[in-house]
Design a binder for this molecule. Structure first.
Ligand SMILES: Cc1ncc(COP(=O)(O)O)c(C=O)c1O
Length: 407
């Protein structure tokens, strides 16, 4: 049951200093490689699209396009990222939570029971890149005259039933920065509307520079692109000095509007409407064109399967899903822990990169509203499975998790 062999024989999670392993994709030479075999479909294949700076901006734009306003209600899953709620409040609408099942599926009966006279839209999330079955939800929305916003924040790549994810919703939203080595990036997509009213403009030279430099520096910080780093050593030193002076000046003026990039790029749940009409950076758009969705999907699936095999059968933990469906491209590996607080603390202390989705949930979402969401929020630990993990990094990570689980 516990049989497992790492891909390199020498790999163990020793008590020596932990290697720095990126939680999210970082730029490397490999980021531009192609994959042999069939191409993969992204949410951008689902219809017309606009590239913005985050998923939450795309949610706000979808709500605006739908004409959602004060007095309306929007159904939101009880298991959610807190960043999904502020765009609803920004429209003056009220979020109403519907229940999810124990494995993070949509509780269709509860969703239907929550549709009221003021309900205008429902958001449905493909958690962790695992497709929801949207056919019955689409049918329900059509029957009740409400719009479907398909949340592909965890599912930039993938298909279900022969269709790209994002093609069921009146609008779909995505968070490309969760799948590519970029500092910002989101998308509003629609298979039903042309999006010609969504006009975007550049966020300026400062933003463009910050995004490109940040992506490079993130790569350098994790030991990627050493030759580029050496070549850019002098200009980056000069930039650091310039940046320091610029920041000092900004602090003096206490001018918040001078922020060069949105808070969404810095693990914040805030929503700032000033980024609504801003186009994603040149850097992110170029990387989107250069990157191979087929490579990203193949590597994420491979890393996911390795984690699945290595952690299967360990006491006190199990994968949230028994199997990875064909066509899915996982965002992370969701591990369900019996004692998540202890395990999370131990893994963090060991230097294992991991995160917790929907932890915390929006205020007011309690165990009474949805017992399953409360449990998932507490019990799911999300391990990285992204395409830029090196084999030895994944080996170390797996060995470290096994060690702490078995301790
Ligand atoms: C399920 C889900 N939807 C939407 C969002 C918003 O995406 P972004 O962070 O790009 O604004 C997130 C962010 O974590 C998310 O997890």
């Amino acid at each position: 049951m516990l049989a497992y062999s790492p891909s390199t024989a020498s790999s163990t999670a020793s008590s020596a200093a932990a290697p720095a392993i990126p939680l999210a994709p970082v730029l490397s030479a490999a980021s531009f490689r192609r994959a042999a075999g069939a191409p993969a479909r992204t949410v951008l294949d689902a219809g017309a699209y606009r590239l913005v700076t985050s998923g939450r901006v795309a949610i706000a734009l979808a709500l605006r396009e739908l004409g959602i306003q004060a007095g309306d209600t929007v159904l939101v899953p009880a298991y959610h990222s807190p960043s999904m709620i502020p765009p609803v409040l920004w429209r003056g609408a009220a979020p109403v939570f519907y229940r999810v099942t124990a494995d993070a599926g949509v509780d269709l009966d509860d969703l239907a029971a929550n549709i009221g006279p003021d309900t205008r839209a429902v958001m449905v999330t493909h958690y962790f890149g695992f497709p929801q079955d949207l056919a019955p939800i689409r049918a329900l929305c059509d029957a009740r005259g409400i719009a479907l916003i398909e949340d592909c924040a965890h599912a930039f790549i993938g298909e279900h039933g022969g269709r790209p994810l994002g093609s069921w919703g009146d609008y779909a939203i995505a968070s490309s920065m969760k799948f590519l080595p970029i500092y910002e990036g989101g998308a509003l997509v629609s298979s039903r509307h042309d999006l010609k009213n969504v006009r975007l403009r550049s966020a300026g030279a400062g933003f463009e520079a910050k995004v490109a430099l940040n992506s490079l520096e993130k790569g350098f910080a994790y030991g990627r692109l050493p030759a580029v780093r050496a070549a850019l050593w002098l200009p980056l030193r000069a930039k650091a000095a310039l940046w320091g002076m610029l920041k000092q000046g900004m602090n003096k003026r206490d001018n918040k509007s001078a922020a060069l990039a949105p808070a969404s790029s810095d693990s914040s749940f805030d929503f700032d409407p000033r980024w609504l009409d801003k186009r994603s950076s040149l850097f992110s758009r170029a990387l989107l064109r250069a990157a191979s969705p087929a490579r990203i999907q193949a590597l994420r699936r491979r890393n996911y399967q390795r984690l699945d095999e290595a952690l299967r059968g360990l006491p006190g933990v199990r994968a949230l899903h028994p199997r990875l469906p064909d066509g899915a491209c996982p965002w992370v590996f969701p591990l369900l822990a019996d004692e998540p607080e202890t395990l999370f603390a131990r893994l963090k202390a060991r230097g294992v990169p991991l995160t917790r989705f929907g932890h915390p949930l929006w205020q007011g979402m309690d165990a009474q509203t949805c017992p399953n969401a409360a449990l998932l929020s507490r019990r799911v630990l999300a391990l990285p499975c992204h395409q830029e993990l090196r084999a030895e990094e994944l080996d170390w990570l797996i060995a470290a998790v096994r060690k702490e689980v078995l301790a």
